[in-house]
Design a protein around this ligand. Structure first.
Ligand code: ACO
Ligand code: ZN
Length: 161
């Protein structure tokens, strides 16, 4: 049996928190205090998803819903789904896990009535930019000096019909 066929995507549980925080620290420069993960989960549990293989967490994504200016209809407000963070352990990449995580999290936000999705990503992060393009996100604009080290971000978004 392949790894792919025995991995499951499921809702995050607080017992996964230590593993998720470890993956976040090992794979991304954007790290958050434990209470941030707890708050995001409490606000919209169904949008916080993990990939599990034999009790080990291989990846996660977390997202929240924000109301603010639309990225598509200028001057209009919109209920927007914001993917805050996603990461997959290096040994398990390019197996479609991030795509599956995002799909599940996005579906949960669509069920809450969002009309668009957005996220920020480092301009140098080709893997992630390609992932979002594969998920039908478009680059809306570049946000200069977005990160603490002053790298720019792409604001990427997708309209939900
Ligand atoms: N190079 C080019 N394209 C890529 C790459 C890559 N290294 N990785 C993914 N893609 C694109 C491809 O189109 C791929 O489809 P394909 O494999 O059929 O060509 C598609 O994305 C889907 O790939 P997945 O296998 O679902 O992605 P994976 O599970 O490997 O996870 C991720 C991608 C999350 C970006 C992973 O590389 C990672 O954890 N990186 C470090 C953490 C990170 O950068 N997270 C995103 C930060 S931005 C944010 O969190 C909002
Ligand atoms: Zn963000």
């Amino acid at each position: 049996m392949t790894e792919q066929s025995s991995t499951i995507i499921r809702r995050f549980d607080l017992k996964d928190l230590d593993q998720v925080i470890t993956i976040n620290k090992e794979t991304l420069p954007e790290n958050y205090p434990e209470r941030f993960f707890r708050t995001i989960f409490a606000e919209l549990p169904s949008a916080f998803q993990v990939c599990q293989l034999d009790g080990i967490i291989l990846g996660y994504t977390m997202a929240r819903i924000e109301t603010g200016l639309s990225h598509y209809s200028i001057f209009h407000r919109a209920k927007k789904g914001h993917t805050v963070s996603i990461a997959v352990k290096p040994a398990y990449r390019r197996k479609g896990i991030a795509k599956r995580l995002l799909k599940e999290s996005i579906t949960a936000m669509i069920n809450q009535g969002i009309t668009e999705l957005f996220l920020e990503v480092r301009v140098s992060n080709t893997a992630a930019v390609n992932l979002y393009k594969a998920m039908e996100f478009d680059i809306i604009k570049e946000i200069r000096h977005y990160y603490r080290d002053h790298e720019s971000a792409y604001l990427m978004a997708r309209k939900i019909p």
